[in-house]
Ligand binder design. Sequence first.
Ligand code: ATP
Length: 255
Amino acid sequence: MNVLEIKDLVIDYGIVKAIKSVSMKVEKGSIVAILGANGAGKTTLIKSISGAVKAQSGEILYNGKNIANMDTYKIAKTGILQSPEGRMILRGLTVEENLLVGSYGLKSSSQTITENGVSKIVKVSKKQRVLQLLDMVYGYFPVLKERRKQQASTLSGGEQQMLAIGRALMGDPELLLLDEPLLGLAPLIVKAIFEIVERIKNEGKSILIVEQNAYQTLKIADYAYVLELGKVKMEGKASDLITNDELVNAYLGQK
Ligand code: ATP
């Protein structure tokens, strides 16, 4: 079952054709990577999914419904949230305030709980849901809990990236979009962040990652698409692509 399916997407910026008839899929509960060099169209593609860039033609089906060119806030409400390139954290706010900003659009909901072997549906208020999600994010990133009262501007680059991912998780997305999460990070931090991204997937989310660091990303992805000049140049299972000679020569220099 696909959580996302893009069909024949075309995006122009005036005379620049950034995406030229791209089709791709994200299976529910998987990590899919979009790889490619600078200017390949990766950011444009991910922005079109979150609604920040408009498409000229084609479809973006989210759980079967076409969301192409819907307003960004409506797309966010459907369950797609993006952790943007450059992190875009609110530097003057504390770590916890940044996380709470991410929960702005949450609503009260119902949850199934099991007590003494009996399942029942209970109503969960927005406040309870926010606390549950905050607990979950602090569980993934304990350093954010330690620093929750600190101004976000004082965090290291890796911690800011954790905060950006945590803020997106506070909106309880079904599909998480990560745009260049490894940009400028040291190898040890890369490893720590991707271990958490895998855990997030294992706990039921679908994840689409745009990255230039192809090698690290293929290690955690299930499937990948390689974009070149706005077209899908290659696609396949990550475990196959990581040993593909053409890809290794063109993109996997950076290990
Ligand atoms: P990078 O890794 O450098 O971010 P990318 O693969 O994400 O690259 P995009 O940023 O999507 O690539 O850019 C794809 C093409 O569209 C490039 O030729 C770029 O110059 C062009 N482009 C991107 N944004 C705009 C814009 N707002 N106006 C005009 N052209 C744009």
